[in-house]
Design a protein around this ligand. Structure first.
Ligand SMILES: Cc1cc2nc3c(=O)[nH]c(=O)nc-3n(C[C@H](O)[C@H](O)[C@H](O)COP(=O)(O)OP(=O)(O)OC[C@H]3O[C@@H](n4cnc5c(N)ncnc54)[C@H](O)[C@@H]3O)c2cc1C
Length: 388
């Protein structure tokens, strides 16, 4: 049985404290300025990598810390709780799992040690397409084998951090849909070195939040055949394998956001005096913050349960999905309470609340929409008929 105690170990508490300490060197002003200019937090990500935090999931033999998803989750949570935005670097943690589980020994030896030291960055994950969206089985980008290469043609949408990454994990169609027995076959995963790659056009998109997101165009883009990860045609199942880690880690981003909102709201509500008393003494101000806090604590329990199951190699699809849903909704609830209690100041850029609100809003919609999590729970957890 997995240890289902929800208390953190002394090592995990120390890890949290150390990450928070590092983050304190990057105050809200740092994140606010980057947000205004829509620039990548390069200095922060470099320091986080040098300190080894982005390599927690890489096994010792490849130069990483060999820790679990719980530790990775705590790192991301602390980044967001400190006022930062772990969205700039969280993907490396969950993308790496696909290489670890399905990559060849040669790929692991070639890339993992360099990812651990920060010599290479694997921050880009190319799945979404304009005509497929949430329905990954409808992907149209093709990768056709020609001798020792694959030739890639097509388009991807909303692919983040491509310009800040050396490597991209790409999902593309290697078998046409009309030749498939099962619609989930025929897609393949490639670990692509995107530095000066011919045939790749990257068009940055200005989004609601600072997320380094792009549209990609592949025009006869040639990649070496040995960039294929695992077996040809099994890419969809490899990506699904990584979903639980992704859900747990994104839930942790949201928990960090939520805790930042609550801490900020409590501090302000306790010191802002209107009508002769602190506004937090009014139930109309206090209760929404208390209610949001309860939602955050409940989401934290679900995230921790999912992480403990994951680290014990016990199936955790239901828990990981529910954690992502509960945490992203709790963050929005906490953000709303934080804006309300700040009155007009909640909307002022220099208070950072509006920025954090924009950043936390993303996780209701991405990397998977909460609608589809409800569909998963309805169908796979509760056994109701499939809705799509
Ligand atoms: C800032 C940002 C960064 C991103 N980064 C990446 C990235 O790095 N890599 C990547 O591959 N993708 C990335 N994405 C894409 C993200 O994962 C997609 O937006 C998401 O998968 C949904 O696809 P879509 O936007 O085409 O929405 P659609 O699939 O068109 O869905 C639109 C709406 O319809 C709803 N809907 C659709 N079908 C159903 C149904 N059966 N039941 C109920 N509701 C349904 C959805 O929930 C959603 O609300 C990013 C998106 C954003 C906004």
């Amino acid at each position: 049985m997995a240890d289902m105690s929800f208390a953190l170990t002394d090592e995990q508490k120390a890890l949290k404290a150390a990450v928070y300490e590092l983050c304190k060197q990057y105050p809200p002003q740092y994140w606010r300025d980057l947000d205004t200019r829509r620039e990548y937090p390069d200095a922060f990500v470099t320091e986080l990598t040098k300190a080894g935090y982005l390599a927690v999931l890489i096994p010792h033999e490849y130069g990483g810390a060999g820790l679990g998803i719980m530790e990775a989750a705590l790192i991301l949570e602390e980044i967001n709780r400190s006022g930062g935005n772990a969205g700039a670097c969280h993907a490396q943690m969950y993308i790496m799992g696909t290489v670890l589980r399905h990559g060849s020994d040669a790929q692991k030896r070639q890339y993992l040690p360099k990812l651990a030291t920060g010599e290479l960055r694997l921050q880009a994950f190319g799945v979404t397409e304009p005509n497929a969206g949430s329905d990954t089985t409808k992907l149209q980008t093709t990768a056709v084998r020609r001798g020792d290469r694959y030739v890639v043609n097509g388009q991807k949408m909303f692919i983040s951090r491509v310009l800040q990454s050396d490597l991209m994990l790409l999902l593309a169609r290697t078998t046409p849909v009309d030749q498939l027995k099962r619609k989930t076959d025929g897609l393949s995963v490639f670990l692509v070195d995107i530095r000066s790659l011919k045939g790749l056009e990257v068009r940055p998109l200005r989004m609601m939040m600072n997320h380094s997101t792009n549209a990609l165009f592949f025009d006869n883009m040639e990649i070496p055949a040995d960039s294929l990860v695992g077996q040809e045609g099994k890419g969809f199942s490899y990506i699904l394998d990584g979903m639980n880690a992704e859900r747990i880690l994104v839930a942790s981003d949201s928990l960090g956001d939520a805790r930042w909102f609550i801490e900020k709201a409590v501090a302000y509500a306790s010191q802002r005096v209107i009508f002769g008393k602190p506004i937090g003494a009014n139930q109309g101000v206090q209760f929404p913050i208390a209610r949001a806090h309860m939602a955050v604590e409940a989401a934290d329990l679900m995230r921790t349960k999912a992480a403990r199951l994951f680290d014990a190699s016990i199936p955790c699809g239901a828990e990981a999905n529910m954690a992502k849903y509960l945490a992203s909704e709790a963050a929005l609830q906490a953000g709303d309470a934080c804006i309300d209690c700040h009155g007009g100041y909640g909307f002022a850029e220099e208070y950072d609340i509006e920025r954090k609100f924009r950043e936390s809003r993303l996780y209701r919609a991405a990397p998977i929409n909460n609608n589809l999590i409800m569909a998963f729970v309805g169908e796979h957890v509760l056994g109701m008929p499939r809705s799509y």
